[in-house]
Design a protein around this ligand. Structure first.
Ligand code: PMP
Length: 429
């Protein structure tokens, strides 16, 4: 708020800049990154688990053998060899595709931006799960979309709710531009769309002629099963699939992609050209080299084992320590646990007090376009070591316990931040 008041350019911005406000997660990073705070907030992949020496040798070799290509401009669609390798990766999820239909992007976040840029005019409806990925909400806001939420349950997006929402919109004469969904190990809810629901969701989208944007950032990070068949595997015409190497290799490379029907793909390439002119050849060739020379499937298994151990540390300590009235899901993969607080508690008001107790999480409100989510919060287990996770949950449990006592004693948990950290609340607005 402070920066808006001090912004003398406020009356010159385009209308779309109104929607560009910091996400809850970004505000939290500033405080959560202090060493004394156990951060269960950001979803940072644990890149230290990569064989960094080997990757370093590989990078040096790349520079000496293909340095001139790696440092040159390249097409906005991306390196053809890499696009073929991406097809191999997607084949693990049941997709048969041609490298021609892929556009390499600056992480899948840019793919989301380009897709939204192509389809959304101000005021257009975009359907999104509730809760949904905060970065998608940021993009939709930047393009002035109206986000209409469709609820999730433990088995993912609820087909009946989707059907009802589409029927209601139809009576209002409104056609959503697309449905945005994260089917596997969803961010933030940790849930996975049940196999039996997948064909049903596709069928509903066919009936109402709705395009689907399937964001599968976590699909290869399942703990208990082979990768699930994605929606795109059964409908190449209606689904735009977004993928990324951020969770299976490293987010610092910023290599993601969109797989789209040919006409849309051609537009995406034009949109990418106007956004970035050329992708980084260096990081694309690094990923290409990594996939060609490193045991990437084994490395993904290593990540699965590492994250499974961290998930177990979180679930075991939640079970042991959280006060009655808290509930949470048991994610089968990915990075996140979604925790619902006892009635009357407010995750947003509690966040500064949690940080004063040296633990950070993301309040549920960050994941809804309509301000709901105060009763829930997101916990990430991907980055801290298991003993830090256990300590973080201990601090969180103590915080929640205290809130419950306040609520019982005063009928309110109060709104002031506790002492102990410099004005933690100021970073959380
Ligand atoms: N989609 C989802 C669901 C995510 O969780 C993330 C990263 N947190 C992204 C997309 C974007 O990832 P990237 O741009 O690094 O590929």
């Amino acid at each position: 708020m402070e920066s808006r008041r001090n912004d003398s350019y406020l009356d010159r911005y385009a209308a779309r800049a109104q929607g560009m406000v910091p996400s809850e997660i970004r505000a939290l990073f500033a405080v959560a990154s202090r060493p004394e705070v156990v951060s269960l907030a950001g979803g940072m992949p644990y890149v230290s688990a990569l064989p960094l020496d080997l990757v370093g040798d590989m990078a040096a070799r790349l520079m000496s053998t293909r340095g001139a290509d790696a440092l040159q401009y390249m097409s906005a669609q991306g390196d053809p060899g890499l696009r073929e390798q991406i097809c191999e990766v997607m084949a693990l999820e049941g997709i048969q595709a041609s490298g021609d239909d892929i556009v390499v992007t600056v992480g899948s976040q840019q793919a989301l931006d380009l897709v939204t840029r192509l389809f959304v005019d101000p005021g257009d409806v975009v359907l999104a799960e509730a809760p949904t990925y905060v970065g998608a909400l940021g993009t939709f806001a930047a393009f002035q979309a109206e986000v209409v939420h469709v609820p999730l349950d433990a088995a993912g997006l609820v087909p009946e709710a989707l059907r009802e929402t589409l029927a209601r919109l139809k009576t209002q004469g409104r056609t959503p531009k697309f449905l945005y969904t994260v089917p596997n190990f969803q961010n933030p809810a940790g849930v996975t769309l049940a196999v039996r629901r997948r064909a049903e969701i596709l069928g509903i989208c066919q009936t109402y002629d709705v395009l689907l944007v399937e964001d599968n950032a976590y699909g290869l990070l399942g703990f208990d099963s082979e990768p699930l068949r994605v929606l795109r595997a059964d409908d190449a015409e209606r689904v735009i699939y977004l993928g990324t190497f951020s969770k299976t290799i490293a987010p610092g490379l910023r290599v993601g992609w969109a797989l789209a029907p040919p006409a849309i793909r051609a537009k995406l390439v034009l949109a990418a050209e106007s956004a970035i002119l050329s992708h980084s050849a260096l990081t694309q060739l690094l990923v290409r080299e990594y996939l060609a020379t490193q045991p990437w499937r084994e490395q993904i298994k290593n990540f699965q084992e590492l994250y499974r151990e961290r998930r177990d540390a979180m679930l075991d300590s939640l079970e042991a320590l959280m006060p009655a009235g808290c509930t949470w899901n048991r994610p089968g993969g990915g990075f996140y646990v979604w925790l619902t607080l006892p009635e009357g508690l407010d995750s947003k008001a509690m966040a500064p007090r949690a940080i004063a107790n040296r633990v950070a999480y993301v309040p549920g409100t960050g994941f809804f376009a309509d301000g709901s989510g105060r009763d829930a919060l997101r916990l990430s287990y991907c980055f801290p070591a298991p003993e830090r996770i256990r300590e973080g949950v201990r601090r969180l449990a103590a915080t929640v316990e205290h809130e419950i006592t306040m609520l019982g004693t005063f009928g309110t948990t109060g709104t002031q931040a506790s002492t102990g950290v410099d004005r933690p609340g100021s970073d959380l607005t």
